[in-house]
Design a protein around this ligand. Structure first.
Ligand code: EPU
Length: 483
């Protein structure tokens, strides 16, 4: 879709006129609105906008199910099995729908035997039609992970243009380099990316330049059936990756991890299906925790677990939030009193996840003093703060990052820093959701602000937050849907 706007600019250049950049920005907004409607429609969300009356604490209990960032990958893993797989705890989010359609295009029968369960039958895997694949272009980043499994099953893979949140340039060079190391040939064509492996795939020694989650998954999903042993250095070790390794082991794979982010995979000749309950969505749990803090609320997040949230819980406590860990969930609440400023750097696991900074920043606008958030994973994940500033927040983004003596993570080239000075009362505004986590932050900001807010592009939030409208209702939020 961005391609369309580029094409337009080029044609204007050729015609000798100056490119109209205002129009280009508009096209990006139009495309984002289209993405939002499509994503919402995938889970039956008919409204495109929500009108929120703020100032009311969120209180009550909600449940989180399987993680978006595991369930979608587990679905891809099912392609590798000779027999059907059963995935449990699957969230009803639009990214799951996209992967279902992609699997369907390749002949994997996906049915739902019970609420939250998917049965994935790969007995009749076949080549997809270009139109089916193209229809999914721009909808999600998961299709890139189909490469290895498709190469093993069909000898070739056709991957559509990728989508996902617009939070900076999101290259796929690590993925392609890894596939080449396994012996694959990568061609870019008008259809997308075509990958073939005329001589099969063999184990490889790979060192990632950065512990990328997606590239680590790419290597795992490819190496399990490649011939020989693969050694992956500088791998991501997020809990969702460990859960994917557990799934692959259930399927018959041989994988072991060593210190210093090294993973070994010994290829096997065949894999069978799995039965697995997806690890809980810790990003969703952290988002509701931030909502409890920012709205002076009290939210019991059923299904949340302590170990995978340990780093988040430390920061939550330092800011002034309180939590009680229970057998079946965690209660997050604002215990009263003033919130405190913090300095946080996003990082790969076991550091503070980049996905947590957006919801947390809303709560930090209410802390007494100056907080600094360094974003070290993505190059452009502070765009959402503009709307918070419109709502009354004092946030300054330093696009070239900030030096700081207390830095733990070494600076990356593209890093940015946000300086949040609080407390500043927030007031309602009209805002448009820019990306998944930014969108949830706008919900939190609107709920904690005084007055009325209107939030459009609501569908984008359904990419990763299951039934968020019902959950807001259960927590006593004051809102109505529009459109
Ligand atoms: N990168 C490259 N080249 C590559 C791959 C990654 O330069 O080939 C860079 C990225 O540009 C980025 C960094 O490496 O700067 C990390 O990217 P990573 O590959 O780890 O991210 P991802 O796999 O694309 C997943 C989650 C994200 C989450 C990140 C980090 C899924 C579907 N997405 O993305 O989730 O932020 O890991 O943990 O699993 C979200 O849920 O809102 C979300 C964006």
């Amino acid at each position: 879709m961005i391609r369309a706007s580029r094409a337009r600019t080029l044609s204007i250049r050729r015609s000798g006129l100056r490119p109209d950049y205002t129009r280009r920005v508009d096209l990006v907004s139009v495309n984002l609105a289209k993405d939002a409607r499509k994503a919402g429609a995938r889970v039956g969300l008919k409204s495109d906008a929500i009108v929120v009356e703020g100032g009311k604490p969120l209180t009550g209990r909600i449940e989180v199910r399987g993680a978006k960032n595991l369930a979608t990958k587990a679905m891809v893993a099912a392609l590798l099995g000779d027999t059907p797989s059963l995935l449990q705890g699957v969230p009803e989010i639009s990214d799951v729908d996209v992967v279902t359609r992609m699997l369907d295009a390749y002949g994997v029968a996906v049915t739902s035997p019970a609420e939250g369960e998917l049965l994935l039958d790969p007995s009749n895997v076949l080549k997809a039609h270009f139109a089916q694949i193209d229809a999914l272009a721009g909808s999600s980043r998961i299709p890139i992970l189909f490469c290895g499994p498709l190469l093993h099953r069909l000898g070739e893979a056709l991957i559509p243009d990728l989508g996902g949140c617009r939070i900076g340039d999101r290259p796929i060079d690590f993925h392609m380099d890894a596939l080449r190391a396994f012996g694959a040939i990568v061609d870019k064509s008008y259809e997308g990316i075509r990958i073939t492996a005329p001589n099969g795939l063999h184990g490889a020694n790979i060192e990632l330049p950065f512990p990328s989650v997606g590239a680590t998954e790419q290597v795992l999903l490819t190496a399990v059936r490649a011939q020989g042993v693969t050694e992956l250095k500088n791998a991501a070790i997020e809990p969702e990756i460990m859960d994917l390794i557990a799934i692959l082991q259930k399927m018959g794979a041989i994988i072991w991890t060593e210190a210093n982010r090294t993973i070994f995979i010994e290829g096997v000749d065949s894999l069978s299906g799995y039965t697995h309950r997806a690890i809980f969505d810790r990003n969703e749990a952290a988002s509701w925790a931030a909502a409890a803090l920012a709205t002076h609320g009290d939210i019991y997040v059923g299904g949340a677990k302590q170990l995978e949230l340990m780093t988040f819980l430390n920061v939550f406590r330092k800011v002034g939030g309180a939590f009680d860990v229970h057998e079946d969930g965690i209660r997050f609440y604002h215990p009263g009193g003033q919130l405190h400023p913090v300095q946080v750097e996003t990082d790969v696991h076991p550091g503070f996840m980049t996905d947590w900074q957006q919801p947390l920043i809303v709560a930090l606008t209410q802390a007494d003093g100056v907080s600094i958030v360094h974003e070290t994973v993505y190059e452009n994940r502070f765009g959402f703060t503009d709307a918070l500033v419109d709502m009354g927040a004092d946030i300054v983004v330093h696009k070239d990052g900030l030096e700081s003596i207390s830095r733990r993570v070494p600076r990356r080239k593209l890093e940015q820093a946000a300086v949040i000075t609080g407390p500043t009362p927030l007031h309602g505004a009209d805002v448009r959701v820019p990306d998944l986590r930014g969108g949830f932050s706008y919900l939190i900001a609107a709920l904690s602000a005084s007055g009325t807010s209107r939030i459009t592009n609501l569908g984008i939030i359904s990419r990763g937050y299951e039934r968020f409208v019902e959950k807001l209702e259960a927590l006593g939020a004051d809102f109505r849907l529009e459109g």
